[in-house]
Write a protein that binds this ligand. Sequence first.
Ligand code: ZN
Ligand code: ZN
Ligand code: ZN
Length: 136
Amino acid sequence: MISINNILKRNQLSVTDSRKKILELFQANSGALSHNDIEKKTAEKFDRVTIYRTLQTFVEKGIIHTIPTPDNSVLYALCKDECTKGHHHDNHVHFVCDNCHVTYCLDSVVTPEVNLPQGFSPALIDVVVTGICKNC
Ligand SMILES: [Zn+2]
Ligand SMILES: [Zn+2]
Ligand SMILES: [Zn+2]
């Protein structure tokens, strides 16, 4: 696992408490995290705005990516090394467990091709599979 300081340095980000703490949370969790999860786990420390800005910065830098949810909120998960500033390569399927409600990045499962009718050009394909995860 790459150290948190290295990730920040590589992305020309200064090391701040909020950035360190939030990256730590992502590295410690196997599933994706929502803004609320992060807020709860860092409750005493950072306000909503700080968390929001930190997450936005990480998304812009290609450190984390967003995952849409059926209730129109957003989850965040760590990216792999191929992601760079302004350029994400997270073409994997996401899995949401109906039992424990954890969202997983299935890094080894590539998003299937979608054949669109003529005149439609896809910008982003998000595939979310629901079911029961291996831990349940
Ligand atoms: Zn990414
Ligand atoms: Zn589960
Ligand atoms: Zn993912």
